[in-house]
Design a protein around this ligand. Structure first.
Ligand code: C5P
Length: 321
């Protein structure tokens, strides 16, 4: 059972005050883009040998291997190993819910940057949820419906439900309460990845620290109406002007070199640019597919990124292939 799952970029990431549980209330607009991981779930017998590049877990019936997708420049060495791998936790969660042994080998093929602010780990968890639910749900009626899978996803991570849903959606709460957004047409993106990831908790903590140092009262974020109109009318220029990320200042403080990357994209004519999620990947909006190709080629030549990749959005969420 193979499930393909997209990366995301937050077109808007409004970060509200910190909550008692340590999370921040968000007003965010998620957008799924055509950079995909694939997770294959294979049933295994009582014993197995996990060949492959990274053996994440081989101490029980559940094994995970991770490899880079052909041609993708991703640091699979940075994928968390052990029981904290989100896809392994997803498979365990489905097994617990269905009351079965998690006798499965998960093979993860990554094209989404690792710890890059594009929800790669969440994507793998979403794919593993969908794949394992299908694998172990042998009845006529699914024992885990979509709503239940979304709930399990939210328990695994704030971005997991969106990876299942895909498209473009407004996210509230931790980002797990989703409402699909109206969009028209396709938007063309260029992503500049960086050497080494950024820790999401560290970026949120830096955002809190800066706000506290500035004595800033944290205003409740609002969905940008300009952004929603740009999406609904398919107006790329207006979308570019409406992009916003409250975590960007914190990401730039932790990784000052990103400023050069953002400036380079802007100088080359990107109609919008921002740090993706908690970074360090930078996202650039292009006017058209051709413009994206030009922008990617020129940006790639400047040495301001580890890799430069093109993608379009919106695309569907986790899909069985
Ligand atoms: O939910 P997830 O495990 O992906 O979140 C990773 C970290 O990001 C959290 O531990 C928290 O530090 C931060 N976070 C947050 N507020 C959110 C989402 C994530 O503070 N709404």
């Amino acid at each position: 059972m193979t499930v393909r799952v997209p990366a995301k970029v937050n077109l808007q990431l409004g970060v509200g005050p910190i909550r008692d549980d340590g999370y921040h209330d968000l007003v965010t607009v998620f957008h799924a883009v055509s950079l995909f991981d694939e997770v294959t779930a294979e049933p295994v017998g009582g014993t197995h040998a996990a060949e492959g590049l990274t053996i994440v877990r081989d101490d029980g019936p559940l094994a995970v291997t991770v490899e880079a997708a052909p041609g993708a420049q991703v640091d699979i060495g940075d994928v968390p190993t052990g029981a904290d791998n989100l896809a392994a936790r997803a498979a365990q969660l489905v097994a617990d819910r269905l009351g079965v042994e998690p006798r499965v080998r998960l093979r993860i093929r990554k094209a989404i940057p690792v710890a890059g602010g594009m929800a790669g780990g969440s994507a793998d968890a979403a794919a593993a949820l969908v794949a394992c639910a299908r694998l172990w749900d042998d009845g006529e009626e699914p024992r885990l419906d979509r709503e239940e899978l979304l709930e399990l996803g939210a328990a695994l991570g704030s971005d997991v439900p969106f990876a299942m849903l895909g498209g473009t959606a407004v996210g509230l709460g931790r980002g797990e309460r989703l409402t699909p957004a109206l969009t028209r047409g396709t938007f063309h993106w260029v992503f500049a990845t960086a050497d080494g990831g950024l820790s999401t908790p560290a970026v949120y903590a830096e955002c809190d620290r800066v706000r506290e140092a500035q004595g800033e009262r944290v205003a409740w974020p609002q969905v940008s109406q300009n952004l929603m109109t740009a999406l609904a009318t398919g107006d790329a220029k207006a979308l570019g002007a409406a992009l916003g990320n409250d975590l960007q200042p914190a990401a730039l403080l932790l990784r000052p070199s990103l400023r050069r990357t953002l400036d380079a994209g802007r100088d080359l004519g990107a109609i919008g640019s921002l740090v993706s999620g908690s970074g360090p990947t930078c996202a650039f909006l292009a006017e058209s597919e051709n413009h994206a190709a030009e922008l990617a080629a020129e940006l790639g030549g400047l040495g301001v990124a580890r890799a430069v990749v093109r993608a379009h959005g919106p695309v569907p969420g986790a899909t069985v292939i």
